[in-house]
Design a protein around this ligand. Structure first.
Ligand code: UTP
Length: 229
């Protein structure tokens, strides 16, 4: 079966630089699994720095997004390098759109994408990829261990969820969307709506917890959050 991994830029370059140990360990996890993978990499701080610089030079939001997309694709290329070094069969280029992902996802152990069009985020890309290649499971890997009812970095009393339904997830995402800038929900609203419409079982785990990542990929119990019917 196919599993889509949505790997946040916060996990790939947590301190503004690529975390090579993380990339190598992701490649090993993928190698060990019997599943096939569609992988979507985020841009994190790399994307933010470039988008901010573009805006400071007078670029439009569309152009700032386009530049940020190139950062997500740089991270995708690093993921490909890590997979290749680990001996995992993958296409040696970043897949540019969902239609083009279908064949490589069948023929390889992993097909890797970055962002696609301005105006969305790689969370949404990840779910669209899952729909396109018929993945039954999605694993979101970021710098938070689970889904909370508010940002645990700003609110130490935030409630942590082990399990949510699609409706509950959408309610949380909508509430969080109304809050002021600076606190952003673990998965964007459009992405939440898309996993609900296709009923894709989704797991939210931290990139710092290898065991959780491995268990989530296999659909086993972990300390993060599972979203399903
Ligand atoms: P991310 O998906 O990494 O955004 O894309 P994010 O929400 O900042 O992710 P994390 O969780 O903090 O890592 C980075 C930026 O790239 C552009 C958007 O500007 C987005 O904020 N982007 C990405 C697009 O315009 N289209 C895409 O398909 C993907």
């Amino acid at each position: 079966m196919h599993v889509v991994l949505s790997i946040g830029g916060s996990a790939i370059n947590p301190k503004g630089e690529p975390d090579l140990d993380f990339l190598k360990s992701m490649a090993q996890i993928i190698k060990k699994s019997k599943n096939k993978f569609g992988i979507l990499t985020g841009g994190g701080s790399l994307a933010r720095v470039h988008a901010r610089a573009a805006r400071a030079l007078g670029a439009s939001e569309y152009e700032a997004d386009a530049i940020a997309i190139t950062s997500t694709r740089q991270n995708a290329q690093l993921m490909i390098a890590a997979l290749t070094a680990a001996g995992v069969k993958t296409l040696n280029r970043v897949v540019a759109d969902f239609e083009d992902a279908k064949e490589p996802a069948k023929e390889n152990k992993a097909a890797v994408m970055g962002g696609t069009i301005p105006g969305i985020t790689t969370d949404t890309d990840a779910v669209l990829l899952a729909e396109a290649i018929g993945a039954e499971r999605l694993v979101n890997i970021s710098n938070v261990e689970a889904i909370y009812d508010s940002d645990p970095r700003h609110n130490p009393g935030a409630k942590r969820f082990k399990k949510l339904t699609y409706d509950e997830l959408n309610k949380l995402a909508a509430e969080s969307d109304k809050r002021t800038a600076g606190t952003h929900f673990v998965f964007d609203m459009l992405a939440c709506k898309l996993i609900a419409r296709s009923k894709i079982e989704s797991h939210f785990v931290s990139g710092k917890n290898r065991k959780d990542m491995e268990n989530a990929i296999e659909g086993k119990k972990h300390s993060g959050t599972v979203v399903k019917s």
